[in-house]
Design a binder for this molecule. Sequence first.
Ligand SMILES: [Zn+2]
Length: 184
Amino acid sequence: MTAPAGPASWRMPELPPGRLLDVVRTPDPVLGMRGHTVDPAAADVVALAADLLATQAVSPGCVGLAAQQVGVARRVFSVDVTGHPKTRTCHGLFVLCNAEVESASRRERGREGCMSVPDFTGDVARARRLTVRGQLPLTGEWVTLETDAFEAVAVQHEVDHTMGLLFLDRVAGPHAVHPRRTYL
Ligand SMILES: [Zn+2]
């Protein structure tokens, strides 16, 4: 059985085909840049959203990708946790612009990785229940995403990227960083 559809009252608009972009890695300074707020309906933002989806789709194990990771300091990211064993609520493949966390539960520690930090994983405390507000690309519609478990963690990781933060900025110390052997 495939992952159930999320309890969303909105639908991700269909975007034009995107291009495959190179994923930048630390210590590229763009990863530390706070993203600019975007106009989700602007042609270049729609193209960026499509590029994130296309690039994520060909990256094995990639559950999210932020604009900073393709070299652009903007508040845009994609997420798709479909089929991941730790996923409960699942909204499928989506892009959010100008996303902000509205509420978050008590945090629990878990291991996470990042395509921009290929050699390490880290233990990061993240909320397991989360409400995020953001705008859909193309239509600009404001939507509220209520999620939990692995999708909640992925969304927090991507919101962090759009603020110029990596998981390495969230770990408790060097003891919480581990050499990476395999992609998650
Ligand atoms: Zn990342």
